[in-house]
Each structure stands twice: as structure tokens, then as C-alpha cells.
Design a protein around this ligand. Structure first.
Ligand code: IYR
Length: 229
């Protein structure tokens, strides 16, 4: 496989056939509806063990894979874990790091910032939820012939794809937790991912527990997150 096999060397253009235009009122209505849909999303920490169809996960991963990326290299890998034994191993390793974090590493200021979320080092959701999706960024992509192609804007690309994935899962009726045990190197070992890949996020995916509680926290209003110049 050639080094340029992602996108081919010579530019090849095709007509934009997928774009859809809407009348102004319909645009506003769609924008409002999409905001309302996304504003119902809450990060949860109490999951039901209710199974989730693999087809749903696959479609959401395909949606994530449509994200823009540096040079269209798509420098991500999604390791989808449903095996209970593997989830157990991930929980054990994550809780080791979390105990270190909460009991030693985290400065008081950080612990104060987390207080409203009620988090601690106990992570039962890593076993309760039907799916864990470990999201890796690829510093380079290994081609079939063993050569490595450098990737660009990897954190940005992976973050955008992760945002798409979270939105897609929410849209499908699933809840998520964006979990970031730190450091996360143990995920490479447990999931058999190569050294050129760095774990970014462990996304916990499933249905909320029937008695799921969420912190009463708010998103900032528009004037605090945007300026029009
Ligand atoms: N990784 C830890 C701590 C944590 C950090 C942030 I920043 C959060 O928004 C939430 C938790 C944990 O998962 O508990």
C-alpha cells in the first residue's frame, strides 16, 4: 500500500451532492430543535445492565467516523468492549489509578472542582454498562507494508470524532459518561493497541439505571460562551 493511499496523491474532485439547503425559517427551526435535542443530554454515572444492540453501536461509530480530521487521516481507533471479564480488568486498573488520584495526586483545588459532581475512585459503571468504548488517537498510521504515515492535529481530530459519537449515541437513546482515568496507558495493554496509539477517553455507554440521579448543574448561557464581533 502506498504512503498516500488514504486520499491518493492527485486531487480528484466530485460535485458536492450531499449538501441540503433549507429556507431561513426552517433553518432556525432545525437549529432550535437540534439544540433542544442536545440539551437533554446528561453525563450519567449510574448505568443499567440492559443490553444494547451492536447495530446501534456500529451506526454511531460510523457517524463518529464522518468527523473531519487533519489531512483526512482519520487518526482514531474505537476499541469496543462488551466482554464482562475484560470490563472487570479495565475497572480494576482504572480504580487503581483513581485511588491514586483521589488519595494522593489530585490537588485540593481539583478535588473542590469535582465536588459538585460527587465523583470518587469507585467506578462500578465500568462493569455495569453494556459497552465501554476506548477511544485512541494515532500519532501515526501504520500501513500494511510496515511504513508509518504521520498524522496531524490528532487531539483535535479525535475530540471532534468523540463529540460526534457522544451526540450520535444520545440521538439513538443511549447515555454516556466521558471517563478519563489518568494515566490511561493500561488500556493499550488490556486492549492490545499498539504504541503509536494514545488513549484519550474511555466512553461508558448504555441505558441509565432506573433510579439514576444526575448532579444539578447548568450550562453557561450564550453570552458567557460566545461573542459576536
Ligand atoms: N478521572 C477522575 C476525576 C475526574 C476529573 C474530571 I476534570 C471530571 O470532570 C470528572 C472526574 C474520575 O473519573 O473520577
Amino acid at each position: 500500500m502506498s504512503k498516500l493511499s488514504f486520499n491518493q496523491g492527485t486531487p480528484q474532485f466530485i460535485p458536492l451532492s450531499t449538501y441540503r439547503a433549507y429556507p431561513p425559517e426552517e433553518m432556525e427551526q432545525r437549529a432550535r430543535a437540534f439544540y433542544q435535542e442536545l440539551s437533554r443530554r446528561k453525563t450519567i454515572r449510574e448505568f443499567a445492565s440492559t443490553p444494547v444492540s451492536r447495530e446501534v453501536i456500529e451506526q454511531c461509530l460510523l457517524a463518529a467516523g464522518t468527523a473531519p480530521s487533519g489531512a483526512n487521516h482519520q487518526p482514531w481507533h474505537f476499541a469496543v468492549v462488551s466482554d464482562p471479564a475484560l470490563k472487570h480488568k479495565i475497572r480494576v486498573e482504572a480504580e487503581i489509578e483513581e485511588r491514586e488520584f483521589y488519595e494522593r495526586r489530585a490537588p485540593q483545588e481539583w478535588k473542590d472542582a469535582l465536588a459538585p459532581l460527587g465523583t470518587d475512585s469507585n467506578k462500578p459503571f465500568l462493569e455495569d454498562a453494556p459497552y465501554l468504548i476506548a477511544i485512541f488517537g494515532q500519532k501515526s498510521t501504520l500501513m500494511d507494508d510496515g511504513t508509518a504515515v504521520k498524522n496531524y492535529y490528532v487531539p483535535e481530530s479525535v475530540s471532534i470524532a468523540t463529540g460526534f459519537l457522544i451526540a450520535a449515541l444520545h440521538h439513538a437513546g443511549l447515555a454516556t459518561l466521558t471517563h478519563t482515568p489518568s494515566p490511561m496507558g493500561f488500556l493499550n495493554e488490556l486492549l492490545g493497541r499498539p504504541d503509536n496509539e494514545k488513549p484519550y477517553i474511555l466512553l461508558v455507554v448504555g441505558h441509565p439505571a432506573s433510579d439514576c440521579m444526575v448532579p444539578n448543574i447548568k450550562k453557561k448561557p450564550l453570552e458567557q460562551i460566545a461573542s459576536f464581533l
